[in-house]
Design a protein around this ligand. Structure first.
Ligand code: DUC
Ligand code: ZN
Ligand code: ZN
Length: 467
């Protein structure tokens, strides 16, 4: 048997095992795993390297309209290039339905932006902001059928939040169609009350952002989202969980027998609200929701990662430039934290941070790393041919140097923002060679693939929605 590409002599990790073998690839697919595989057009020597499934980042925002003259720092080209350099072969950005817009209209705009511009494979979640009878009755069911099998609802943000009746109706559509609902859990009315109190006291700087979105705001909404999902009998994903109390809500729902997946992100493991101390307006660089908490909540999130309450580790890459009138310091953003766009970049640093803080420091093993960063994303979101190294899977592979030492510097990253919230963090382990669909895209740190090589992937239903 001859191959297009053989990866020779590496240590392969899947969500189940770690073993030595060669991988044979033909026509973009893994076709053989074994010893001393034969003839190949190209051979990559992976000795002293880890050979892992390409990362799947199932929570990123690219080119998302953000209102009021705000422009996201990454479109599909820079966002997927950055994702690729960070060890990812597939990303799932959100397609935002604006009020009054049909989902199909929103989708064709996103597809037009993505087409021909991506370095990684990609698929879209839908954000439902206007759940009209037509959207819930006709559009969504047809879109689920054609491969858009997950949608996100927000419990916060003017213009985005759904009330409980709307969430119930949207969840009911998920129940009828076998889709998966992702929920942003923060109580908007409680946030507005706290914003009013802080602004009245003259506290308008970024530091006040976290104080207006305390743990109770997230915990209450998490409990409510889980209750609404229990009532409608749908599986859900609680995204970007920042603390132990919200995590315990998930653990309790699971103990009751609910199908719920918890997601956490790097900002809740390595950042805290204290990072804004003394930063004045530069604290805008850390404004995201839910906000990073304190060391005790970081530890709680680590426990959730170790114990399996969290199945997904995503970046929530939501990049805005800092020093830019279309970014964090937009004219209104300079008057109050309330107008600073929420979100931070991180698609390129997600995997190195978890590898370094988790695997290299002995908190999690390699199979758990692979599960949290690739396999569980594929299973949760219906990416049937992705997320593992196995015969028949897409040849989406990241070859890591587990010993490489680096300090995160934004100057070395490839996104469109002008800073990294993780600047200065010391890392052990970095992805060096990236293969997407059998094509070598990065070889030993050098970009060799072209944009447009990344393809759109229609998804099947979530494993949670089908068993
Ligand atoms: N929610 C996200 O998922 N990303 C960034 C901002 C937000 O509120
Ligand atoms: Zn969110
Ligand atoms: Zn997000």
């Amino acid at each position: 048997m001859s191959f297009d590409l053989v990866i020779r002599g590496g240590t392969i990790a899947t969500a189940a095992d770690v073993f030595q073998a060669d991988i044979g690839i033909r026509d973009g697919t893994i076709v053989q795993i074994g010893d001393s595989l034969g003839e190949a057009a190209e051979v990559i020597d992976a000795s002293n390297r880890l050979v892992l499934p390409g990362g799947i980042d199932s929570h990123v925002h690219l080119a998302q309209p953000s209102g009021d003259g705000i422009v996201m720092a990454d479109g599909f080209e820079s966002g997927t290039r950055s994702a690729l350099f960070g060890g990812n072969s597939c990303v799932l950005p959100f397609c935002l339905q604006e009020k009054g817009q049909s989902l199909r209209e929103a989708l064709s705009a996103y597809h037009a932006l993505a087409e021909g511009n991506c370095y990684t494979d990609h698929s879209f979640h839908l954000i439902v902001s206007d759940p009209t009878p037509a959207v819930l009755g006709q559009e969504l069911p047809a879109l689920v059928e054609s491969g858009y099998t997950s949608f996100k609802v927000f419990m916060t943000y003017e213009g985005l939040r759904l009330n409980d009746a709307e969430i119930l109706a949207t969840m009911d559509t998920a129940r009828r169609t076998g889709a998966l609902v992702m929920v942003h859990c923060e109580n908007e009315d409680a946030i507005r009350y706290l914003i009013g109190r802080h602004e009245a006291a003259g506290e308008v700087r970024p530091k006040a952002h976290a104080a207006t979105r305390p743990v109770a705001v997230e915990r209450e909404a998490t409990h409510r989202a889980l209750s609404l999902a229990e009532i409608t009998e749908v599986p859900i994903v609680i995204v970007h969980v920042s603390n132990g109390a919200a995590m315990e809500e998930i653990a309790r729902a699971r103990a009751r027998g609910q199908k719920v997946v918890g997601e956490t992100c790097p900002q809740y493991l390595v950042l805290t609200a204290k990072d804004l101390d003394g930063m004045d307006w530069e604290g805008a660089k850390f404004v995201c929701s839910p906000p990073p908490r304190d060391e005790a909540e970081q530890e709680a999130c680590w426990r959730g990662i170790e114990a399996g309450v969290f199945d997904l580790f995503s970046s929530d890459h939501c990049p805005f430039r800092y020093d830019d009138p279309a970014g964090k310091l937009n004219p209104k953003g300079r008057t109050s934290f309330r107008h600073i766009p929420n979100g931070i970049p991180g698609v390129e640093t997600r995997l190195p941070i978890l590898f370094s803080e988790g695997v290299a420091k002995g908190r999690i093993d390699l199979p758990r790393f692979v599960a949290l960063t690739a396999t569980n994303h594929a299973r949760t979101y219906g990416l049937e041919k992705k997320g593992s190294i196995a015969i028949g899977k897409d040849a989406d592979i990241a070859i890591w140097d587990p010993a490489e030492k680096r300090t995160i510097r934004h100057a070395d990253l490839h996104d469109g923002a002008d800073y990294s919230p993780y600047e200065g963090i010391e890392i052990t382990g970095w992805p060096k060679t990236m293969i997407v669909g059998g094509k070598v895209m990065i070889r030993d740190g050098e970009l060799v693939g072209t944009k447009g090589a990344g393809r759109y992937v229609a998804r099947t239903r979530s494993a949670l929605a089908t068993f």
